[in-house]
Design a protein around this ligand. Sequence first.
Ligand SMILES: CC(C)(COP(=O)(O)OP(=O)(O)OC[C@H]1O[C@@H](n2cnc3c(N)ncnc32)[C@H](O)[C@@H]1OP(=O)(O)O)[C@@H](O)C(=O)NCCC(=O)NCCS
Length: 161
Amino acid sequence: MIATETAEIFPLTTADAGRCAVIEAVLFDGDSPWPEQAFRSEIEAAHNHYFGLRVDNEFVGYAGISVLGPVGDRECEVHTIAVTPGSQGRGLGRALLDALLSVADHERAVTYLEVRVDNDAAIDLYRRNGFVDVGIRRGYYQQAGVDALTMRRDAVEGNDA
Ligand SMILES: CC(C)(COP(=O)(O)OP(=O)(O)OC[C@H]1O[C@@H](n2cnc3c(N)ncnc32)[C@H](O)[C@@H]1OP(=O)(O)O)[C@@H](O)C(=O)NCCC(=O)NCCS
């Protein structure tokens, strides 16, 4: 982060769905980017937590996670995390991931995610934040014909998350 910037992470509402879809189309071109309606559905789903990111009042990113399973045996799944190209490399993706993982830690949940095997930046981000490789899902990204790496982060223990 540049010291003079003001970054804010906040719960997304459906009013932000269009802004997400615009960024999504840039970042996931050729990878079945979600349209606005998909964001609306995911933001509205009760078991999901979606966050937006503003820097100096400009909407520059979003992230989402789902919480599944019964209380006491929760499992989380990272859906997405995205920062506009012009804002990458300044700690903002890490801040969004922290927001997602605070949800998982509150639920004492194990967390899974899928990431393209060629997405070095994201894989590095996840490995540095407690995720380990679980396995490969062949052809998971069908439009691009690329495999996914499944990663897992264990649930936190104790009573102070
Ligand atoms: C992945 C993404 C969210 C990271 O956001 P970011 O704001 O650039 O990341 P940060 O600046 O917070 O960096 C956090 C960590 O990510 C990793 N990282 C970020 N950019 C990287 C790069 N170009 N190469 C390797 N690792 C990188 C590093 O581990 C970095 O930690 P460090 O700063 O201590 O080295 C961003 O690159 C993005 O939006 N990519 C396109 C969408 C995408 O692929 N999302 C993931 C789908 S699973």
